[in-house]
Structures are given as structure tokens and as C-alpha cells.
Design a protein around this ligand. Structure first.
Ligand code: GAP
Length: 440
């Protein structure tokens, strides 16, 4: 059933224009995906909801957008050149690639835990960073990397922010952007890909307050997913055991979602200590300490980092919102996405598409509503089919214009989740929808 659900999500995404295989006409590029018309709206809404909650609704976080290409020394300082490796071995029989820390792997045997046959290669290291060259000539001196995390763009701007915004601790930087990792085992649709988007916060704190701030951020970020409609039973926190911590982290807790393929990481919230600022200070030779006016002390702040994946969040919101309901003899597929995330808020549908007065009125209503809400007009089928189509993409309200509307100047508004219908005066539609979509 669980895998089946994943197949249904992939299918609805392709059928309705959320997510397509990349370079589809060439047979696709493995594990690479393109967001279509509904997908890009959903993804933008997720990013907007995150930005609103961490930048606009707070006074202590500033937004940023750093370049993807950075000075190669950045990745020496961060530790990525030296230790951003995965170690794998391959089964010569079933060709499965197995991570050396896979618990299924029995040490000191040559047997594949998946096919049961003997024949494993020696462990090999894979650096996960994508390498390219800056400028037209490919030589060792101009190697640059596609960033494997957005975080470093914020650390290297720490001084620029101090000099321009003069913030007091604690304060943070927030950034959304692409990251690239040459993952050895990508898969599970958009869950693990080589090109993906991150939403990261680097929150600078007085070291003695780091443990407390870490706990606050874990709660804050957990609530964010719940507030956007993720079911509580599908979300959990998983503190990392010591041996799982990244080289820069003193503590880390993952927020995990119960995906159809099992509980998996949506976001990690880590205490990165002063590792990054110290490393960048050492390699750049620049002073990266914070000066506390009150105590006249200079020190490296600690960094609390809530780091989430845009694509993983989008996938979790899609899975969580997917419902199949039996309506009479029909199966209704509906995406019950939160109102802030649904790609389309309103659809205006004429009941009879061969009646020019009805079509004209419906189009006029749609044009008017578009000024306030993402609205579509659709007259390409019978009303039942139009409703089904809107349900599948999560449209919150359908406004239907019928013969009676020409006389009583009212339209029928159908609620996606309850399927209840109400007659509303056309000149009150905007106000009615505003109450439901914006002010509530
Ligand atoms: N700056 C810290 C950092 O990058 P991470 O746990 O490696 O930490 C943070 O990544 C988040 O980025 C993950 O929780 C996940 O949501 C997302 N992410 C990481 N690798 C990904 C991949 N290959 N595909 C999609 N999302 C990924």
C-alpha cells in the first residue's frame, strides 16, 4: 500500500503537471525532475511560507541570496574537500551499491546482504561535490565547485552583515537556494536528488546560550510543518547519536516525516558551534569575531542551523495531502493542501459552456478574482469532470455560474474539503473568499 501510494503521487504529479522527469523527450536524466505549472506554484508557496515565518515575522533574521559558485578555499575551510565523502562497495552479482555503514552489511564477510551471494568489491570513496572549471580553460588552477549546501554563503558574509546591519546577538541569516551533491544512491522520487533546493538559517548566538536556542529552534521548526497542515502522527524528532554527527556539529536533531518509503529526514537542526567562523577566519586571514559593546568582549558566536529541503518539504506536503474518497460510485482524488500552499485558490466554471451569457459572466468573475487570488477559468468539460480536475490539484474553491446566476446575480461556491455548496452574491464573492483565504 505504501509503495502504491508513492506510485500514485508520482502519477498525479505527472498527470496534472506538478513534476515531470527532466529531459523527458530524451528518456529523462536519472533522478532529475522538472517542476511544472502546479509544481512551481506549490514549491514557491512552500518557500514563501518559510520566508514569511523566518524573515518577515521576526526582527532578528535577515534574508540573503549568495552565489552558487564560491572561492574554492571556502570548501577547504568547511571541511568538504577533505571529508565530504561517502564510502561504498558494490556487489558484483546483483550490482547493488552498499554504503559501508549500512547496518545490513556484515563486517569481515564477502557476502552481499541483499542477494546473499559472495562477491563484493573493496570499499571506495566518492566525494559528493560537483567539480567544474571557471573560465574557458580546464586546468587545476581554476577548479570551482557547485555548492553542496547554501550555508557557507552565509558564513562568509557574517562580517558584511555586521558592518551593514549592526545586529546584536542573537541574530540570523536566511537563504533559499540550489545545492548540488553527486549522491551515490539518489532515489525515492524527489526525496534524494543530485540537484535540490535548501532553506537554511544560520542563527548566531552567545555560546553559553547555544543549547537553549537549539531546543527553541527544534520546536519552532516542528511547529512550522504542523501549522501548514502536516498530520502530527506523520512527524517526529530524532536526535542524532554522537557517532552520526557531522564533523562540524556538537548536537543535531532531525525532523522526520513518515514517507511511504519509511521515516526519513525533512530537516536537520544542528549546533555547529564556532567551527565555521573559526575555520573561515583561519583560511581567509580575516577577523570574524563579534564585538559585544556591553561587555567589551570579542568572541566567536556559536551557530544554530535549521536546514531544510524545499523538495523534500514539497514531497511531504503532497503525500500528506493526498486523499482518495468514495463519492457515490466514483473515486474522488483530492489534494487537501493547506490554503497557503495550494497552487490555485479559486476556479471559476460555467455550468453551460454553450451559453455565451453564462460564459461571459464567468470570465468576468474570473478576471475580477485574479486581482486578489490565484484564479483559473475552465470550461473544457462537464461540471463533474471540472470539479474532479480541480480536486486533484488542490484548488480550494470552485465558483460555478449557472442560468440562475443571470437572474439572481449569485454563484455557487463549492468548498474542496467539505464539498458543501453555498450561493453567494457575485458582488460579495471577493470579500467572501478573502475571509476564507487571507484573513483566517
Ligand atoms: N548545511 C547543513 C546541511 O546541508 P544536510 O542534512 O546535509 O545539512 C539539509 O541537508 C537538508 O537538505 C536535508 O534535511 C534535506 O531536506 C535536504 N537535502 C540534503 N541532501 C539532499 C538531496 N540529495 N536531495 C534532496 N534534499 C536534500
Amino acid at each position: 500500500m505504501a509503495d502504491n501510494l508513492m506510485d500514485k503521487i508520482v502519477s498525479v504529479c505527472k498527470r496534472r503537471g506538478f513534476i515531470f522527469p527532466s529531459s523527458d523527450i530524451y528518456g529523462g536524466l536519472a533522478n532529475t525532475w522538472d517542476y511544472g505549472p502546479y509544481g512551481v506554484e506549490l514549491k514557491n508557496n512552500v518557500k514563501r511560507a518559510w520566508w514569511k515565518s523566518v524573515v518577515y515575522e521576526r526582527d532578528d533574521i535577515f534574508g540573503m541570496d549568495a552565489a552558487i559558485l564560491m572561492h574554492p578555499k571556502v570548501w577547504e575551510a568547511s571541511g568538504h574537500v577533505e571529508s565530504f565523502f561517502d564510502i561504498y562497495l558494490d556487489c558484483l552479482n546483483c550490482k547493488k551499491r552498499i554504503k559501508v555503514d549500512d547496518p545490513a552489511l556484515k563486517k569481515a564477510t564477502n557476502t552481499c546482504p541483499y542477494c546473499g551471494k559472495a562477491g563484493l568489491t573493496k570499499p571506495r570513496e566518492f566525494n559528493l561535490m560537483f567539480k567544474t572549471h571557471q573560465g574557458p580553460v580546464e586546468e587545476a588552477g581554476n577548479v570551482v565547485y557547485l555548492r553542496p549546501e547554501t550555508a557557507q554563503g552565509m558564513f562568509v558574509n557574517f562580517i558584511n552583515i555586521l558592518d551593514t546591519k549592526h545586529p546584536k546577538l542573537p541574530f540570523g541569516l536566511a537563504q533559499i537556494g540550489k545545492a548540488f551533491r553527486n549522491e551515490i544512491t539518489p532515489g525515492n522520487f524527489t526525496f534524494r536528488t543530485r540537484e535540490f533546493e535548501q532553506m537554511e538559517i544560520e542563527y548566531f548566538v552567545v555560546p553559553s546560550e547555544a543549547d537553549k536556542k537549539l531546543e527553541e529552534w527544534i520546536e519552532e521548526r516542528f511547529k512550522w510543518y504542523l501549522n501548514l497542515g502536516i498530520k502530527k502522527e506523520n512527524l517526529k524528532k530524532r536526535p542524532h547519536p554522537k557517532e552520526e554527527l557531522a564533523h562540524y556539529a556538537k548536537a543535531c536533531t532531525d525532523i522526520e516525516y513518515n514517507f511511504p518509503f519509511g521515516w526519513s529526514e525533512l530537516e536537520g537542526i544542528a549546533n555547529r558551534t564556532d567551527f565555521d567562523l573559526k575555520q573561515h577566519a583561519e583560511l581567509s586571514g580575516k577577523e570574524l569575531k563579534y564585538f559585544d559593546d556591553a561587555t567589551k568582549e570579542k568572541f566567536y558566536p556559536y551557530i544554530i542551523e535549521p536546514s531544510g529541503g524545499v523538495d523534500r518539504s514539497v514531497l511531504a506536503f503532497l503525500v500528506d495531502a493526498y486523499f482518495e474518497e468514495k463519492v457515490k460510485d466514483d473515486l474522488r482524488v483530492v489534494l487537501k493542501l493547506h490554503k497557503d500552499l495550494a497552487p490555485t485558490k479559486v476556479a471559476v466554471l460555467p455550468l453551460l459552456r454553450n451559453r455565451p451569457e453564462i460564459v461571459g459572466l464567468a470570465k468576468k468573475i474570473a478576471t475580477d478574482l485574479k486581482k486578489c487570488f490565484i484564479t483559473v477559468y475552465d470550461d473544457t468539460g462537464a461540471i463533474g469532470k471540472l470539479y474532479r480536475r480541480q480536486d486533484e490539484v488542490g484548488t480550494l474553491y470552485c465558483v460555478t455560474v449557472d442560468v440562475q446566476s443571470l437572474e439572481d446575480k449569485q454563484a455557487t461556491v463549492r468548498d474542496r474539503d467539505t464539498m458543501l455548496q453555498e450561493r453567494i452574491a457575485i458582488d460579495r464573492l471577493k470579500e467572501y473568499l478573502w475571509d476564507k483565504l487571507v484573513s483566517s
